[in-house]
Write a protein that binds this ligand. Sequence first.
Ligand code: NAP
Length: 175
Amino acid sequence: MNLIIFGATGTVGRLLVDQALSQGHRVTAFARRPSALKLEHRDLTRQAGDVLDRGAVADAVEGHDAVLIALGAGRKGTVRAVGTKHIVEAMQRHGVRRLVCQSTLGAGDSRAVLNFFWKRIMFGLLLRPAYADHEAQEALVRQSGLGAPMSPVSCCGNLPTTAICAGRQACPTDP
Ligand SMILES: NC(=O)c1ccc[n+]([C@@H]2O[C@H](COP(=O)([O-])OP(=O)(O)OC[C@H]3O[C@@H](n4cnc5c(N)ncnc54)[C@H](OP(=O)(O)O)[C@@H]3O)[C@@H](O)[C@H]2O)c1
């Protein structure tokens, strides 16, 4: 497939790029500084852009079969939700139907698995803005209608993370 990965230069995004290329997919790596991705591969294209720029996102998404989102902003930010909103809009505009969005364990349906420390101290205090960003991001993906059913699944091997899959065929770990 022809994939575009947002946040391709981050900790999670780099893994997704590696896995996608090794499985024979063509990859567009989208980030503000895609040159940070040192990997060279004939099926890898770098796309410099800011996900907060709706037009840049729309142009980048066009022509791809599936989208993977691994946007991050450390402890803070609204980039996950705003960026995901722009990506969803771009997918709807260009008829792209497969989306995998990196979220975090504890957001959305998985909140019940959090213990007191993560619920009250980490996500309740220290990582509160990032958690709110993920909650908003998950809601956008769920409301997008880009695939059903949507359920939290692990899409990143043994990383302590979950992702929402919309359009299940796009999930890298699906059989
Ligand atoms: N790493 C983990 O173990 C872990 C665990 C749980 C959840 N998560 C979640 O997974 C997501 C990814 O985590 P990560 O650790 O891989 O994050 P990260 O290393 O901070 O990477 C963030 C990525 O987002 C891109 N980005 C940020 N702002 C952007 C913008 N305005 N426009 C375009 N690209 C932008 C960055 O590239 P540029 O700066 O070049 O634009 C980078 O590629 C996060 O939402 C995080 O909360 C991660």
